[in-house]
Design a protein around this ligand. Structure first.
Ligand code: PML
Length: 261
């Protein structure tokens, strides 16, 4: 890997995951994860920063940290447009969730499926590594990945400073928002992904979002403070080729390009 580290022909996918031992001592529980896709000369700094972040996250102490680095041929990378950002504030969680349902229906999800998505996240007993995939019309879960979920991987922004300026136009800039928009933009680009619903499992963070093919609509508060349950649902066309979708989500390297307003 080292001889190609500074080659312009390659990028490096860096994935870091933290887990904690379950209360019975043998079942690992996902704590947090982060992803970057960077050039070789950025690799050491990015690994160090991710490591620092994962050590200081708010969901408990890590018993195990996994780092995986894969070399990616730049020719394999797809350039994907960033979703347009909107932010809405509500007085209560109920109002924000009801607005999420209205937005999801506007994006092409049936009301039954939208309500099911909210219920599925609400009823999780522990945070999942990935998201659940739901038929956007019938509202049935179809990924069969159990408590693990489908995790989007191999993604980053195309140009860090342009992306930060894009976030600043909406008065945003946190790492959480940066990562969520990159993930939602990649998901939205998948052929059969109709919409997404998400809120954070960070007990101090109550903003969530719904996303369509064009829009990343932030909604707050999607949950109460101190609630450590959050998750993600991807609503897909009933005719989806699930294997293709999961392959795109997990393996297709993507750089998200911020477009100026
Ligand atoms: C997460 O914690 O990964 C999800 C964050 C969702 C909301 C981010 C935002 O404020 O836009």
């Amino acid at each position: 890997m080292s001889e190609n580290k500074s080659s312009p022909h390659y990028l490096f996918s860096i994935r870091m995951r933290a887990a904690t031992n379950g209360s019975n001592g043998n079942e690992r529980r996902h704590l947090s994860g982060c992803e970057r896709l960077v050039s070789g000369d950025q690799m050491a700094t990015v690994v160090q920063n991710l490591f620092q972040r994962i050590l200081t996250h708010t969901r408990g102490e890590a018993d195990a940290i996994n780092i995986q680095i894969d070399k990616i041929d730049r020719a394999m990378v797809r350039l994907v447009p960033a979703l347009a950002i909107e932010s809405l504030e509500f007085a209560t969680v109920e109002q924000a969730r009801s607005s999420a349902i209205t937005s999801l229906v506007e994006f092409g999800v049936s009301k039954i499926a939208a309500c099911k998505g909210i219920e599925l996240i609400k009823n999780l007993s522990a945070s999942m590594r990935g998201g659940m995939v739901l038929d956007a019309i019938a509202g049935e879960r179809i990924d069969g990945s159990g408590v693990r979920g489908i995790r989007l991987s191999h993604m980053d922004c195309e140009n860090e400073s342009a992306f930060l300026s894009f976030l600043a136009e909406s008065e945003l800039g946190s790492e959480k928002v940066r990562e969520a928009i990159i993930l939602a933009s990649k998901a939205a680009f998948a052929k059969d992904c109709v919409a997404e619903l998400c809120w954070s499992d960070d007990p101090h963070y109550v903003t969530g979002y719904v996303a369509s093919k064009e829009t990343y609509r932030r909604l707050s508060p999607m949950k109460l403070k101190e609630d450590h349950i959050g998750g993600r649902v991807f609503f897909v066309n009933p005719s989806v080729d699930l294997e293709d979708l999961i392959d795109f989500f997990e393996h297709q390297p993507v750089l998200v390009k911020a477009l100026r307003k």
